[in-house]
Unconditional design. Structure first.
Length: 210
C-alpha cells in the first residue's frame, strides 16, 4: 500500500488482508497484515455481518490520516466492500478424521507468511456445485527442536464433486500449533499434490513475535 503524501482521492481504492476488531455498538476497526489500522467513517458493510477476530479482504478508500508516524499508521477510511476469508488452525491427522480430511489434488497458486505471522495460501481446484474442504495437517504428538522443519500437509476433500469448472480460493492458517517451547521461531514445510500427481513443497519460518 502506497499512501503517498497524505493527499487522498475518493476515486482511489486499496485492497488488503486484515483482522476485524469489533468495538462498542456498530463500531469496528480492521488491522491490516502490515500493522496499519483502518477506522471506518463510512461503510457499505454492516458490522453485524462481521465477526470479531475474523479474517477479511477489505476494499477501502483512505479519507484522512488519524495517526501516521514511522512506527504507527492509522487512517480514517470508507469501507467499500469486505470479503470474508476462511481462517483455520492446523489439525492433527488421526484415523478418526482421515476420511474427512481427504487427499484430493489441489494447485497452490501462491503461498506466503504475512507480517502478522499468518500462513496464507491461494489455491485453485476443479469443481462443480458441492462444498470443498481444505485443511492443513500434521502428525500428532509433541514437537521438539529436532523435528524441524515441521512437516505439514495441505489436504483437500472435493466431497466427490465433479471436476468441471476451475475455481479459486484464499485460506489463512494460524500457526500456533507448531510452536516449540524454548524457541522464538520454527522452520516448517508445507507439502501439496497437484492434478498431475506432482508434489510441491513450500519452506517457511514461523516467528512467534513479529
Amino acid at each position: 500500500m502506497d499512501e503517498g503524501d497524505g493527499s487522498y482521492s475518493l476515486d482511489k481504492m486499496w485492497m488488503s488482508l486484515g483482522i476485524v476488531n469489533k468495538g462498542a455498538g456498530d463500531s469496528f476497526t480492521v488491522k491490516l497484515d502490515n500493522g496499519t489500522v483502518l477506522y471506518p467513517v463510512v461503510s457499505n458493510v454492516q458490522s453485524s455481518k462481521l465477526e470479531d477476530g475474523g479474517r477479511v479482504l477489505v476494499n477501502y478508500t483512505i479519507l484522512s490520516n488519524k495517526v501516521v508516524t514511522d512506527s504507527l499508521k492509522e487512517y480514517y477510511v470508507r469501507i467499500n466492500s469486505v470479503r470474508k476469508i476462511l481462517m483455520k488452525g492446523i489439525l492433527d491427522i488421526t484415523p478418526a478424521i482421515e476420511d474427512s480430511i481427504g487427499n484430493d489434488p489441489v494447485k497452490v497458486e501462491d503461498i506466503w507468511v504475512s507480517k502478522n505471522q499468518l500462513l496464507n495460501i491461494e489455491i485453485s481446484y476443479l469443481g462443480n456445485y458441492k462444498m470443498h474442504y481444505i485443511n492443513l495437517v500434521k502428525e500428532p504428538g509433541k514437537l521438539t527442536s529436532a523435528d524441524q522443519p515441521i512437516q505439514l500437509e495441505l489436504r483437500h476433500n472435493d466431497n466427490g464433486d465433479g471436476r468441471d469448472y476451475p475455481m479459486t480460493a484464499l485460506v489463512t492458517f494460524e500457526l500456533d500449533a507448531i510452536k516449540i517451547q524454548g524457541l522464538d521461531s520454527v522452520r516448517f514445510e508445507v507439502k501439496s499434490i497437484d492434478y498431475n500427481n506432482k508434489s510441491h513443497t513450500f519452506n517457511g519460518v514461523y516467528h512467534y513475535h513479529p
